[in-house]
Ligand binder design. Sequence first.
Ligand code: NAP
Length: 262
Amino acid sequence: MGLRVGVFGAGGRMGATVCAAIVGDPALDLTAAIDPHHSGLDLRSVTGVESNLQVQADAAALEHDQPDVMVDFTHLEAACENLRWCAARGVHAVVGTTGFTDDDLDGFRDAFTSSNCVIAPNFAIGAILMMRFAELAAPWFETAEVIELHHDQKLDAPSGTAMLTVERMAEASREWAPDPTRTEIVAGARGGAGPGGIRVHSVRLRGLVAHQEVLLGTTGQSLSIRHDSYDRSSFMPGVVLAVKEVGNRPGLTIGLDSLLDL
Ligand code: NAP
């Protein structure tokens, strides 16, 4: 028998994709699907995933049959409650839900003593590598700009991944050339200034999913580092890796970097 895995938010866009990834991995068994608004329904009818599980309203249904690992792709408030449940029951947690505050994270750090928790704001392994490569390249270039491109339903700009990229580049080098622009004919033409003054540009286009390009320039040469997520399946190798590894990572782990030995 494989590692027993449950999914909070099983009826959601990411949760349904996670259920399919778990069912498709021979080392994992999908043993629980939680989603209050789909409770009582067959998981197959909700997600199309080949499974006989019934969706349950909440974690109370798991009291006598706890999974080894719960995956959470829900909403901020629900995720905080779900993580408290995992920590109290000694169940490992893998979390993709975004928007936790530093206080939330401190609370999880204190709570996860008998089981472990991995929280990653971006599970796409290529995106993690893009950020790492940008950080490595930063000290060798004096100018850099980040262009993030997303679908036309995205409400926030710039993306969390773009901000994290710029923060890490600014940490890796403090030697960025000042912006030469004196006159901006169209306001915002130079994008927004992030940490270190590095410019961030947000593109919103119908048909896109999640993409980012980091451009670095120095005398006589430039370097472009680009990552493209074409659909939600791009996040699944990272989620499955975290599910398999969380048991070996005591306490709270933020981000996939350490799981990839970066
Ligand atoms: P979604 O489609 O709205 O899915 C969330 C699901 O969770 C919904 O079915 C929701 O039901 C359900 N839910 C609400 N409260 C719950 C609870 N207490 N227990 C269990 N399930 C509950 O959203 P999504 O697009 O899948 O995104 C989910 C989260 O993942 C967001 O925070 C998003 O930013 C994040 N995300 C992270 C990554 C990453 O790589 N880390 C990638 C993509 C998305 P109702 O809709 O009926 O309330």
